[in-house]
Design a protein around this ligand. Sequence first.
Ligand code: SF4
Length: 190
Amino acid sequence: MDPSARQSLLEDIAAQVRACPHCRLCETRTNAVPGEGPSDAPVMFIGEGPGAAEDRQGRPFVGPAGQLLNQLLLGAGLRRPEVFITNIVKCRPPNNREPHPDEVAACSEYLEGQIALLQPRLICLLGRPATQTLVDPSASMSRVHGRVFEKDGLKFMPIYHPAAALHNPRMRAPLEADFKALAAVVKDSL
Ligand code: SF4
């Protein structure tokens, strides 16, 4: 599929997300956050869900965790405009709670559609909920972070969520180690 057709289909998904009534999170959102990035992005990042800043702006990872993500991306040899960034749920869970399983299930058609169109060479899963949704429901981040897993013809790398280092400064070193592991994969195979 040529990139412009793929971009157009990604925009169709984004339009459906912005009007979506399929779970309770539509009742409390200000803006749905479909995700953003180029249709030929080699790397896709998937987080847990939009926060307050993202809900206000309708864009993913634009708050403090997003600013840290931008810095870490540069350290891994990636620029933000080159990657596609989204979440397992596209609307903000109230008070930043974890998304409920039925909300993740209701939203999965959009994420699956984005992955199918992008066919990224690597999918980075930011934090436990994204990792458990896409790799293994019983995955423990301390065991799987920084490693590459293959599933259904796709490569996944779980890494700690940047917000973890904002809440707990001791998480900064493992987070930076994860992005070093990501840089090595990017250098070797992308
Ligand atoms: S979280 Fe997903 S399924 Fe729920 S309302 Fe938003 S777009 Fe629809």
